[in-house]
Design a protein around this ligand. Structure first.
Ligand code: HEC
Ligand code: HEC
Ligand code: HEC
Ligand code: HEC
Ligand code: HEC
Ligand code: HEC
Ligand code: HEC
Ligand code: HEC
Length: 439
């Protein structure tokens, strides 16, 4: 069966140009049809894999051709600059529903939230606009004309479309996007290892065993899509989100105090007055934080409904509440560590980097703890950032993705170790600090 299919596709790929040209002759060649034929004939030499990929797509069967997306102005090697590299609006012409859902979801903020951070503007462009680092995953979201212009002005012409991130070009397959591996490239690694946590937890393990045909094919196993893009929706959002903070602040007084400390290190509250800074508006504008209890509860309730397809609602609720508690526990450790490092700034033992707004740790510079100055990196701030970005994330994300090892060894236990290291480093820095050093 498979062999036959491959054979058939092979024949199709080889005979397609002929087929198209025959059709064109039969219907008397209109200029449109022969233009189309030219794209395919020429690109069968220039980029054969793409033509093959397109030829197996639903698009090719429905008459959605190269020029439907790329326009018809470019006709050969000399006018490649006239080709249109289609953005999401081109897909929207035929897929309005998916476009509108996507536009309401969190993925639509990927590019804007990346560019909202100061770190982005002190790192090499290749990693951002070039898509080789942060920008490779944050090419999610419909770019404004201004954002596109900025990108082109820097010399980067690709990455205009985020619809091809899950059903990749040019096969644009629905089945591909339904497979959890379609999420893997981005949802993995240092600060959001959802792929690893899910895959090695019970939900993913069962999915793998089932997909390999080693248990009943009707057995249930939730995928990323089932929990996060239920019923084919393209709108995504979770209750806590990535930062794990929400408003209003918690009622518990210790947790509230810890949250305030964390918000200071995120630069959204002033370290001395605890008043909101301009950064709070920035963070709100990209939907990073649920701003009301109701907005948070709405997402939580949706999730529990999803869990209840397989578990009892009270079971699911109990599981997720433990995630909330672990977030609270993690905040306690992190706030203690922030206070220690903040004390070093206060006593002049760490100098305020020129680009920092305050003499206080600033998480939005990531590992660039000199504020962009590579000669003034603060190591203790790097340990603190790792505690926040790598280990705090794992502590609660691990619970939410049913992965005991991530929650404990890669999360909580490592936070404890970070705190120990920070205490030790701070003590040494204080002991060896020379008062009024010659500048
Ligand atoms: C006679 C040959 C020829 C024809 C006909 C042709 N192309 Fe091309 N096309 C090229 C060449 C050559 C390039 C540049 C390849 C490179 O940069 O390596 C190119 C590049 C492209 C690119 C990529 C542009 C980029 O910036 O990377 C797209 C998209 C494209 N063609 C689409 C089309 C479409 C759609 C048609 C039909 C309307 C078409 N081509 C017709 C030869 C052709
Ligand atoms: C459904 C829309 C669609 C169709 C149909 C389509 N493309 Fe594309 N193509 C895209 C998108 C989206 C991109 C990525 C644009 C970007 O990166 O900004 C792209 C990029 C390209 C590129 C440049 C990037 C690369 O990987 O080399 C080439 C060349 C190309 N297409 C050729 C073709 C050819 C030839 C056909 C017809 C056989 C075709 N495309 C049909 C949507 C389409
Ligand atoms: C000119 C109209 C048109 C444009 C433009 C277009 N599509 Fe489609 N697309 C279709 C049609 C028609 C189908 C088949 C619909 C069906 O089978 O229900 C389809 C199907 C799909 C599917 C489902 C394929 C499957 O395996 O079932 C995906 C995914 C898709 N398109 C994505 C895109 C993306 C992404 C873009 C933009 C880069 C795009 N389309 C641009 C018309 C278009
Ligand atoms: C491997 C892909 C990948 C890379 C590389 C990457 N990110 Fe992300 N980023 C993501 C994903 C996925 C999320 C969502 C994670 C979550 O919610 O757990 C995210 C979330 C974020 C958020 C929070 C968005 C929000 O609204 O909650 C910001 C800001 C951000 N990243 C900035 C950056 C910056 C700056 C860099 C580079 C210094 C970077 N990212 C590198 C994939 C990536
Ligand atoms: C985060 C991953 C992701 C992104 C980004 C994404 N899609 Fe999808 N898309 C999916 C999934 C998953 C499905 C399968 C939905 C289902 O199970 O019915 C899908 C299915 C589709 C289908 C087929 C619908 C059907 O039922 O036949 C179309 C059309 C489509 N997407 C268009 C788009 C367009 C247009 C964009 C950009 C605005 C886009 N997608 C961006 C994940 C994605
Ligand atoms: C059984 C359901 C389920 C599955 C399967 C699942 N998640 Fe989640 N996910 C959750 C829950 C629950 C949360 C936390 C929601 C909240 O804040 O209340 C979450 C949170 C997230 C977040 C926000 C940050 C975080 O981790 O807390 C991202 C991003 C995410 N999941 C991506 C994924 C990806 C990618 C996959 C597949 C590799 C996946 N999830 C599989 C249930 C699931
Ligand atoms: C090309 C990279 C990429 C792919 C592929 C991708 N995502 Fe994302 N995802 C991101 C980024 C970046 C963000 C953060 C967006 C922002 O800045 O708000 C994100 C955010 C999310 C969130 C929201 C978390 C929150 O803050 O509430 C969920 C849920 C999610 N993705 C699920 C998925 C699922 C499920 C898939 C696969 C079907 C997927 N993603 C595929 C890059 C990706
Ligand atoms: C599509 C069905 C399905 C959905 C949806 C689902 N689960 Fe599961 N879950 C399972 C199966 C099957 C198992 C393995 C058998 C068992 O332990 O019950 C499992 C196992 C678990 C476990 C036990 C893991 C262990 O190590 O023993 C927890 C906890 C859990 N799920 C919580 C949740 C939560 C919370 C949600 C919603 C966010 C959820 N599940 C959604 C099917 C599902």
């Amino acid at each position: 069966m498979k062999k036959n299919l491959t054979f058939f596709l092979g024949i199709l790929a080889i005979s397609l140009p002929v087929l198209v040209s025959n059709l064109a002759i039969a219907e008397k060649p209109s200029t449109e049809a022969s233009k189309e034929e030219a794209c395919i004939t020429c690109h069968t030499t220039i980029s054969p894999g793409q033509v093959k990929d397109w030829s197996v797509s639903k698009h090719s069967k429905e008459g959605v051709t190269c020029s439907s997306c790329h326009g018809g102005k470019h006709t050969g090697p000399k006018d490649v600059n006239l080709v249109q590299l289609p953005d999401e609006h081109v897909c929207a012409q035929c897929h309005e529903k998916q476009f509108n859902e996507f536009a309401k979801g969190k993925h639509n903020f990927g590019w804007t939230s990346l560019n909202a951070l100061p770190i982005t503007h002190v790192e090499p462009n290749e990693l951002m606009e070039g898509g080789k680092g942060c920008g490779g995953c944050h090419n999610m979201g419909i770019k404004t004309e201004a954002q596109k212009k900025e990108q082109r002005d820097k010399g980067y012409k690709y990455q205009n479309n985020s619809c091809d991130e899950c059903h990749t070009r040019h096969s644009f397959s629905k089945k591909e996007a339904q497979d959890p591996r379609a999420c893997q490239q981005c949802h993995m690694g240092y600060d959001h290892p959802q792929w690893e946590m899910w895959e090695s937890g019970k939900h993913g393990t069962r999915w793998r065993i089932k997909t390999d045909g080693n248990m009943q094919s009707e057995a249930v196993a939730p995928t990323c899509q089932q929990c996060h893009l239920p019923n084919g929706t393209h709108e995504n959002r979770t209750a806590w989100g990535f930062l794990g903070v929400r408003l209003p602040l918690p009622e518990d007084s210790q947790w509230k105090a810890d949250r305030i400390t964390i918000l200071k290190a995120l630069g959204v509250l002033h370290p001395e007055t605890a008043k909101p800074t301009a950064r709070l508006d920035l963070i709100n504008s990209v939907d990073m934080v649920r701003l009301t209890q109701e907005a948070w509860q709405k997402e939580r309730d949706k999730m529990i409904k999803t869990c209840s397809q397989c578990h009892s609602a009270s079971y699911a609720k109990f599981q997720l509440e433990q995630g909330d508690k672990m977030l609270q526990n993690a905040d306690r450790l992190l706030a203690q560590a922030i206070e220690i490092v903040a004390g070093l700034y206060k006593d002049g033992i760490i100098e305020k980097p020129a680009n920092y707004s305050f003499a206080y740790p600033d998480f939005l510079y990531f590992m660039q703890t000199g504020g962009g100055n590579m000669k003034k990196l603060s190591f203790i701030d790097q340990v603190l950032f790792q505690m926040y970005m790598k280990h705090r994330m794992r502590t609660y994300q691990g619970v939410f993705h049913m992965n005991p090892d991530y929650a404990y060894w890669y999360g909580w236990a490592m936070m404890t170790k970070d705190l120990g290291e920070i205490q030790e480093l701070a003590a040494t820095m204080r002991a060896t600090h020379k008062k009024n050093p010659k500048k």
